[in-house]
Design a protein around this ligand. Sequence first.
Ligand code: GLC
Length: 734
Amino acid sequence: MRSLFLAALLTISSLSASAAQPLYLDESQPDDVRIEDALSRMTLNEKIALVHAQSKFSTPGCPRLGIPELWMSDGPHGVRMEFAWDDWQHAGWSNDSCTALPALTCLAASFNPDLAADYGMTVGQEARFRKKDVMLGPGVNIYRTPLSGRNFEYMGEDPYLASAMVAPYIKSLQSNGVAACLKHYALNNQEHDRDNINVDVDERALNEIYLPAFKAGVDAGVWAVMGSYNKYRGTHCTHNDTLVNKILKGYWGFDGVMITDWGSAHDTDEAARNGLDLEMGSWTNGLTEGRALAYDSYFMAEPLKKKIKDGEIPESLLDEKVRRVLRLNLRTNMNRNRPFGTMHTPEHLATALQVAQEGIVLLKNKKNFLPLEPGKCSVAVIGENAVKKLSIGGGSSELKPRVEISPLDGIRSIYGDDVEFSLGYASGEPNYSFELPSPYDADSLFNAAVELARRSDAVFFVGGLNKNFTQDCEGDDRRYFNLPFGQDALIEAIVAANPNVAVIITSGNGVEMPWLNKVPAVVQSWYLGSMGGQALAQVLSGDVCPSGKLPFSICTSLEDYPAHQGGARTYPGENGTVHYDEGIFVGYRWHDTKRKPALFAFGHGLSYTDFKYGKLQSDRKKYAPGDTISLSIEVANTGICDGAETVQFYVGQEHPALPRPVKELKGFCKKKVTKGDKAVFTAEIPVASLAYFDPEIMDWRLDNDIFTISAASASDDVRSQIKINVQQPLITSK
Ligand code: GLC
């Protein structure tokens, strides 16, 4: 029926369209009409060409019809440098630097969706100026193990937080006529054996934990989704019937393009039948090597054309892919009204600075050791991460920032000549295949640093992980949970020489802290991008009051993490399969429910001021399933300076029919509160969002029950609670 309607529309439109302007180029026509007209004009060869790469980061379009090439670039934190046509080498251009935004863990830690919109706008404007049509990001895979090499590119352990932050990022980025490409769909929660690992996860965890942020992206109108390398139920996610046809395109109604990860396609029939639309990077590992000029041998190139010609695969399946790619063209490089983009603007740097300022998390601050007032004492800055360039490395999210203020530069800009630096420890240069040794003598670095600490009044130790292979880097995972490069011993020696130490951990993951009780202050910093050093120094000196909250739990030891309860079976997998035995009990859901508290809980983050919470209030006590719960709570700033607080709203069901976490994040509100003042923090929580996924009905179910709502400063710091009642059982599809 639809095709008849379109055919009729085509006929009518063709009678009216000006002869010179073919329908597919006539912007006054509906997209569907333009798409059908272009499709009707394409040969089989042209259709095949349209659905796979012509180079490392581009597809050929349809030159005869004037349908442009699609140009893509990484990554989630800014526009990557240019690459050679057909290999993993930088092109060496001189106009491809960018504004490096902080890593997405930092954005998540800001708990500020407005900032996520600014972030997406910055990436979109710079991508547009660099003539990119698709940005390969953001990533929203859930933080399951602290060893995963790519957690820094994602938004933490909670699906609600990741959902709330990814939607504004996508909308803003795409307002520039550039597609976001939400990744990696799905279940990319480790890098170890990423090309092959098969994930065994139950239906509830899949639907309640690992998919919601992707659905939020689709609901936000994302134009592209990237398949992950791993498998789900034995089939590669990139062409997985359940994930792509049934859930993504079926239940969720995704009308964009399903793109491979680079080298994540493995089978022509599966690619053709299971919803893959655009094949990139086949015969490559996505990082270092790949078969040269392999494009005709791509799974959706000659092999697909042959199967269509032999009648094994219907051409209609190819047509559906071509329709989606053409729709992407119309949304991007065939949209004559899209803006032209900008680069390196003051606004972009201001956004990078603000995300860094608001994402830094103050974990510990005994006796208000911080802020350290400038001009009052000598300051030793120790640690490689005070000077190491951290926007390069890490894999595909690497950037060539025009500006990158190091922590040492930032600290010197505020503390001036009171600062003296010592490297303390060193790692090798970034690499994506193996670990490179440091070129320095470790003992001499160690001894010099301890000596500097001894003769200084205070110490900023700036360490953590880095973007080297087997650190925070794609392609593999960390080998162990504690700090690398001998940092633990160095911190112990520094503290023994001078107890006035603030440890600043730069990382995208939690780390073991055996020295925690010996240091007065610990800061969880992130890969902070172009303005990172300035932001960090502003927080350390008190110019900025820290307001970041942890987007993931940090445990005392690796064995405390739910993903590490079952030996190799639960991580990194055995016999090719990793079993998510913890199910829905990920992160704080595990720590709350199993009564095994984390060292630093999800949502934890101290301030230099104090916040006093009032009583949580709801607009009613009884709700029907279609209602929205309006919450409010007054918070007073009773401390010494202005600050910003994030009130987190968690909800727990009293008598669930199936096991549920004690509480789950269903809302949050961040606000600045002037010293001595107060503010009302609010949230609107749809009752339907309190549902859980019931595998019996393969749908969402909301029980008639009592729910406890908590207003909290952290998942382990509840300040006020109320109970509400939901009436009328509802089976709803969220
Ligand atoms: C990489 C990454 C993916 C990236 C792509 C292109 O292997 O997994 O996130 O966008 O290849 O560089």
